[in-house]
Design a protein around this ligand. Structure first.
Ligand SMILES: C[S@@+](CC[C@H](N)C(=O)[O-])C[C@H]1O[C@@H](n2cnc3c(N)ncnc32)[C@H](O)[C@@H]1O
Length: 277
């Protein structure tokens, strides 16, 4: 058996291992909602005590979250064959392999310590798949984006760890620099973010995610629309249908008691031409 690769990441970069572990747990099931053989291979090839995350009880929910992103990316690629996807804070996501249409160009941007790990486990394959070390907040990554065939920016599991002012300026910068482009992000609802800041969330195993600083409730779009005049449309995406209790996932927004408890996945469209500020 090949020797496992040791991965040591703390703080926010360490959270990518929780996501990977849960994707792999779902993908291993015979009735899996998510096909992700690369996530399974990665978990098997990494030397890390994944058991510290406990039973992967959130695997199905996490798979629905990931599938919501995959489907939005699939729609973008159908409309923009050969377009460019920029994945900010991509960690060890294996999304490229789940959605690749043979033409997409993919740019991963993540912190240097995470990129070092990603490049060891998922080496770049230029010109279609490249990885750039640096903070999403350092806008030099925008110079690497070829806007000719259309641009989609994804930030899956990232914005909640940033400060509100950082989120505002990142979204505004995308609106300014990528007219006609689309941004996808997920968010933590306010009530959960407040609990995480009070250290009042039930941990899983011995694991507790770092505190969430930025939050947004489902349907709270006015705040995002106000970030930049070039933001033309903001909408929550529907989760796909899950198994068992999660069969209602696509309709959760219509059920009063759980409406506000959901983690919104938001699609933001930028107008074609930059409006006068
Ligand atoms: C919860 S993980 C999400 C990973 C991946 N998107 C996923 O869904 O599995 C958070 C990711 O954000 C990255 N990150 C944290 N701060 C960042 C920043 N300022 N710029 C870019 N990436 C950042 C971490 O290194 C990590 O990969």
């Amino acid at each position: 058996m090949a020797e496992k690769i040791k991965v040591e990441l703390d703080g926010v970069p360490g959270t990518l291992l929780w996501n990977l572990y849960h994707r792999a747990a779902e993908a291993r099931r015979p009735d899996a909602l998510l096909e992700d053989p690369r996530a399974v291979e990665l978990v098997e090839s990494i030397d890390f005590p994944f058991e510290r995350f406990g039973e992967p009880k959130m695997a199905q929910w996490h798979a629905l979250r990931v599938l919501t992103f995959d489907r939005a990316i699939g729609r973008f690629l159908q409309a923009h064959p050969g377009g460019m996807v920029v994945a900010l804070g991509e960690g060890l996501e294996t999304q490229f392999w789940r959605v690749d249409d043979g033409r997409v160009r993919w740019l991963t941007v993540d912190l240097p310590e995470t990129v070092e790990v990603r490049r060891r486990l998922l080496p770049d394959d230029p010109p279609r798949r490249r990885t750039l070390p640096g903070s999403a907040l350092d806008l030099r990554w925008t110079d690497e984006v070829d806007t000719d065939g259309g641009v989609l920016i994804t930030t899956q599991g990232l914005l909640m760890y940033l400060q509100p002012e950082e989120v505002r300026s990142l979204i505004a910068a995308c609106a300014e620099r990528f007219p006609g482009g689309t941004l996808l992000f997920d968010a933590i609802p306010h009530h959960l973010a407040e609990r995480s800041r009070r250290d009042d969330l039930p941990g899983e195993g011995a694991y507790q995610a770092p505190p969430w600083h930025w939050s947004l409730d489902p349907g709270e779009h006015r705040q995002i629309l106000g970030y930049h005049p070039n933001i033309a449309d903001v909408r929550d995406l529907r989760y796909p249908r899950g198994r068992g209790a999660l069969a209602i996932a696509p309709w959760a927004g219509f059920i009063p008691l759980i409406r506000k408890l959901r983690m919104p996945i938001v699609q933001v469209r930028f107008a074609d031409a930059v409006s006068a500020a």
